[in-house]
Design a protein around this ligand. Structure first.
Ligand code: GLN
Length: 473
């Protein structure tokens, strides 16, 4: 597979490839690698090949009209595709197949993309390693003993392995950016409201957002262009005009003010990650950016705030899995409440149960003010931090994650250690701003490191251009 959409379209334009050939090759490699990497939960071989064959004859014309014509794409298995099972990597959904397609996915299809499969994830997107999957862990293509990060691990793996140029992920607290950083690809979390959440199975509705994982920044811009925009099925989707993201990639960042928050370069940060990200900041300066110090003083509360708000929202969102309407139902219950209890006990994995219990607790009468309400107040303070910082700069740079990829099993018995790894990503979801992780070199052991660029609300065009300039350097 060629690594970018532009290269693939060049082959189509020259008549050197056809969608059916490209898809067959991608599917063969995906199926072969799946034994080792476990990136996919469902592979749509038949339907993808059928759709590709239907495009073969007209592909040269189609690439001029449709931005993703003949491009094989995968989606995280928490997004609905009509008639195809959607598992969220959970037993509780059983073989549930939705009767409709998520808006972002539908937009991909309308742009000519071929959906070749649904990728592995942490159950209900809860996790940072893709180990919390009822279908077994996904593995990092750089080294199969390592996790690919999570929760959009399968999407990062398939792009990093060179199977396909674009996969969609979802990001509630870092789930697109952190796996992108662990696998050495680009991952973009758009502004809250930029992309419709209709058909994305809800984890924490005030934080969830769909975005692309790609091998390069231009493809992230292309994909964002396609999936963005107002959707009447999602009242939180925004009317803000969708600019020409690809056209914004000039690579010129002269005078761009790049904010560096010292709070994100202190304790807990792996020295090799620090060194690479600081070197990355110097590269931005070399290209004419102006480096300014900014402060995000409430960052130290971010993990606590996130794990109160995200679990609270999750506990209500996951109440619907009761064995009545969706998927799995436990057998042999004598009463309705026993059926609920057994279904949820057998259907959910340990991490999801932990979150439901935490979330139920922080919302419970007598504790609501002390936890949930307080967390919401600190959330506003975090938003204040970013608003202040963006008065002084155009984009902010931080590491994406405090360490490179860790070993499978290393943190799976220590939820707190796992949660702490989300320190640089969760503030972005709590405040709704967009952020992108771009590869910025490797550790001495050869593990990819990601640099995170953060933009102001709906400023993806400038954010993507900064990332593009960085990539060029
Ligand atoms: N790692 C974070 C969590 O476990 C973020 C997950 C996500 O963004 N879906 O909640």
């Amino acid at each position: 597979m060629n690594s970018s959409i532009a290269e693939l379209h060049k082959l189509y334009a020259a008549g050197d490839a056809k969608p059916s050939g490209v898809c067959r090759e991608a599917l063969d490699r995906i199926e072969k690698d799946n034994e080792r990497l476990n990136a996919y939960i469902t592979i749509n071989r038949e339907s993808a090949l059928k759709m590709a064959a239907g495009m073969d004859a007209d592909i040269q014309a189609a690439i001029k009209q449709r931005p993703l014509a003949g491009v094989p794409v995968a989606i995280k298995d928490n997004m609905c595709l009509a008639g195809v099972r959607t598992t969220c990597a959970s037993r509780v959904l059983g073989d549930y197949a939705p009767p409709y397609t998520a808006t972002a996915v539908k937009k991909l299809e309308e742009a000519g993309a071929i959906i070749i499969g649904k990728t592995n994830l942490d159950e209900f997107a809860m996790g940072s390693s893709t180990e919390n999957s009822a279908f077994g862990p996904a593995r990092n293509p750089v080294n199969a003993e390592l996790t690919p990060g999570g929760s959009s691990g399968g999407s990062a793996v398939t792009v990093a392995a060179g199977h396909i140029p674009v996969a969609l992920g979802s990001d509630t607290g870092g789930s697109i950016r952190q796996p992108a950083s662990f696998c050495g690809v680009v991952g973009l979390k758009p502004t809250y409201g930029r992309v419709s959440r209709y058909g994305l199975v809800a984890f924490a509705s005030s934080l969830d957002q769909i975005g692309p994982l790609t091998t390069n920044v231009a493809d992230a811009a292309r994909a964002l262009q396609v999936i963005s925009g107002r959707d009447r099925h999602d009242s939180t989707s925004s009317n803000a005009p969708v600019p020409d993201y690809l056209g914004a990639l000039s690579g010129d960042i002269k005078g761009l003010r790049v904010g560096v928050p010292p709070e994100c370069f202190g304790e807990g940060l792996d020295p090799e990650v620090k060194e690479k990200v600081e070197a990355g900041i110097r590269k931005l300066a070399d290209r004419g950016a102006e480096i300014v110090e900014v402060h995000l003083p409430h960052t130290k509360y971010a993990i606590a705030v996130y794990y109160v708000i995200a679990t609270a929202e999750a506990s209500s969102n996951l109440a619907r899995y009761d064995g009545v309407r969706y998927g799995f139902r436990a057998e042999e219950s004598r009463t309705l409440s026993e059926m609920y209890r057994k279904t949820r006990d057998e259907g959910f994995g340990a991490e999801v149960k932990r979150r439901i219990m935490l979330g139920t607790f922080v919302l419970s009468s007598g504790y609501y003010d002390a936890y949930y309400e307080k967390a919401q107040r600190v959330r506003s303070m975090l938003a204040g931090d970013f608003a202040e910082a963006f008065k002084r700069c155009d984009v902010i740079v931080t590491p994406t994650a405090p360490t490179p990829a860790f070993k499978i099993g290393e943190k799976s018995n220590d939820p707190l250690a796992m949660y702490l790894g989300d320190i640089y990503t969760v503030t972005i979801n709590l405040t709704g701003v967009p952020a992108i992780s771009v590869p910025c070199g490797s550790s001495k052991a050869g593990l990819p490191i990601g640099l995170q660029l953060i933009g102001n609300h709906f400023d993806e065009a400038r954010l993507l251009n900064a990332a593009y300039a960085f990539e060029q350097s």
